[in-house]
Design a binder for this molecule. Structure first.
Ligand code: ADP
Ligand code: ADP
Ligand code: ADP
Length: 213
């Protein structure tokens, strides 16, 4: 399967991805994770992206299209993939469709994580991450066994620099202005499935499974 997950920050894309990935043996490509890794490693790409990400704005289309083009060549992606956080603009979607067309494939489903903005601040400001694995916790909704510590490795958890109420505001603006049109773009192709992303994680998983079965 070739899937796209679209939703505002905090809508649960990163939480559902590992579950879908394991169930259907797909690779998980999250442009945000890849960009953060590049920032942490201070690669030329990371140096370019850092400031834009900290402001909650989108990095340039060429930059992320390049990352995705490279990542999709991995052997683990040949059976299918989950694109998490990409495409975020109509230009990115058009580039992606071009790339897939060349391989004689196309997107099977776009999962639209529909949720009201008002819920997202609490989700974002309570998010804690194990950076090495991408495992995500929440102080209230998904607390780790030991506060501030990853359940599996016992390593410390971190908070993302952009997970503040102020930066969330710009990220939401970018979502409504630049990313919502991507949902319309794929709706016209008849591949969008809308999910009730405000429900508890397990219920969202059940809805995802219904859509993909
Ligand atoms: P995204 O990848 O879309 O930005 P995440 O999956 O990282 O979102 O979720 C954001 C925060 O909200 C995390 O701390 C996560 O544990 C929590 N969360 C995810 N899904 C739900 C849900 N259905 N209900 C409540 N909290 C959730
Ligand atoms: P979230 O999980 O909260 O939805 P991400 O981790 O996907 O956020 O993205 C974090 C930041 O990385 C974005 O605010 C943006 O600056 C940058 N980014 C990630 N994916 C893209 C993309 N496809 N196009 C442009 N910028 C992106
Ligand atoms: P800082 O400048 O705060 O030391 P970076 O700029 O290196 O941190 O990274 C920004 C944030 O992104 C970090 O606080 C970290 O928690 C988060 N982060 C790093 N790698 C990942 C990942 N794979 N998934 C999610 N978040 C990550």
């Amino acid at each position: 399967k070739r899937l796209i997950l679209i939703g505002p920050p905090g809508s649960g894309k990163g939480t559902q991805s590992p579950i879908i990935k394991d169930e259907y043996c797909l690779c998980h490509l999250a442009t945000g994770d890849m960009l953060r890794a590049a920032v942490a490693a201070k690669t030329p790409l990371g140096i370019k992206a850092k400031e834009t990400m900290e402001k909650g704005e989108l990095v340039s289309d060429d930059l992320v299209v390049g990352i995705i083009d490279e990542a999709m060549k991995k052997p683990s992606c040949q059976k299918g993939f989950i694109l998490d956080g990409f495409p975020r603009t109509v230009a990115q979607a058009e580039k992606l469709d071009e790339m897939l067309e060349k391989q004689g494939t196309k997107i099977d489903k776009v999962l639209d994580f529909a949720i009201d903005d008002s819920i997202l601040e609490e989700r974002i400001t309570g998010r804690w991450i194990h950076a090495a694995s991408g495992r995500t916790y929440h102080t209230k909704f998904a607390p780790p066994k030991v506060p501030g510590t990853d359940d599996v490795t016992g390593e410390p958890l971190m908070q993302r620099k952009d997970d503040t109420a102020a930066v969330l505001k710009s990220r939401l603006e970018a979502f409504h202005r630049q990313t919502e049109p991507v949902i319309d773009y794929y709706s016209k192709k008849g591949v969008v499935a809308k999910l009730p992303a405000e429900k508890p994680p397990k219920e969202v998983t059940v809805e995802v499974q219904k859509v993909l079965s």
